[in-house]
Design a protein around this ligand. Sequence first.
Ligand code: PLP
Length: 441
Amino acid sequence: MFFFCFLQIFSQLYPQLKKIFFSHFFEENFTFFKFKFMNISKIAQLIGESVTLKLNETVGILQKQGEPVIHLGGGEPKSKAPLSAILAATAKINSAEVRYTPADGITELKQAIVRYTDDFYRRKVDLQNVLASSGAKQALMMAIQTLLNPSDEVIILVPYWVSYPSMVQMCGAVPVFVRAADGSFFPTMSEIIQKITPKTKAIIINSPNNPTGLLYPESFIAEMVQYCEKNDIYLFIDDIYHRLIFDNKRPISCFDYTDVATDNSKLILINGVSKQYAMTGFRIGWAVANRELIKIMAKLQGHQTSGPSVVLQVAAAAALTGIEPSVESLRINLENNRDILMAQLKTFDGIKVVKPDGTFYCFVDFRKYDADSMRLSQFLIDKVRVVTVPGIDFGMEGFLRISFCGTAKDIIDGIARIKWALEPDSPKELFIGDKKIIKTW
Ligand SMILES: Cc1ncc(COP(=O)(O)O)c(C=O)c1O
């Protein structure tokens, strides 16, 4: 009897259950089942989407819908690429001879990188010590793929750039996070050493840092370089914001702290034209390292992309050797934006801020308003159309990354909207363009 009733109810509910189970859970929520169904690799299952690229997509969609979005989550300067780069790229295209290049890059670009390394790092290297890649991201990925075996460990300091853990995981290796016990953005050398095991293959360091905008102290970098050289641990130095620093601080060179010759060194210097030359879309970055390593990185890159596009390589070479003061004018503009942002943030009661030394990011502690950074970031998009990046994606909950690479107006208006949305005693209404928003929360 009971079984009969069950069958009756089940058969009546079956179409509904099927709809819920298959369309809702199966197709939308249970990515796991989807992956299983498609037979996706274990590594691909592990890797999440790039949060920052996803946010750019969200901004694009909202803007297309005519929404008055302010993007304080961006990761690229708004200034123009140097004219020398544009002219060189155009001339190359006009030649109608756009061919493959050597996998490690054209000599002209590698010579420019050798010169750059001499000028800004006081280290003379050979062409064989240089690999040109499609962005600093690919240069770093080539180094990671060249060195890591599954289950090798890589030390990553918290907070970190969003891509590091995924890049390490893409090799089946293990990211090992080091957090400062005092809650600051600066793990100490002894905290790092405590996490070193026989499986530790490399440490990644990024200064000035994305997301904090802060420089690690020079003494810390010196100690780190010497530790890695002495203990056979590779040190990936991500210097993509190297010269974008403020308050008369001078860019430091990792090579100043080691006597080891480049070809015996454990240092792998990563840089590129994306940020400093406002050339993110050109996708040119590079690595400078020991020539044996570079040779293997080039071998892998040859099978992956056959090297970067020649059009973009000539553009990058022209930017690096050109005489325009584009990096300096961008730097000055960013310093001014940083100051504007600091002045705006000062008017907030509940947040904690550390003034950035460089980059175009500030990592702000919003825990007094909401400790869940994902929820807070979404709330700000939904309510006042301001985009920020949740701190959790950089390994630190309760913070939001706020970019100051846009216009001064965006910074001022964006922070005013955030403040209005979060401060309990702000007025009930806010005008965004001709749209009136009423506070219902
Ligand atoms: C710390 C850091 N490293 C590397 C990159 C990637 O640089 P590229 O655009 O040259 O690949 C970024 C970009 O956001 C970054 O923030």
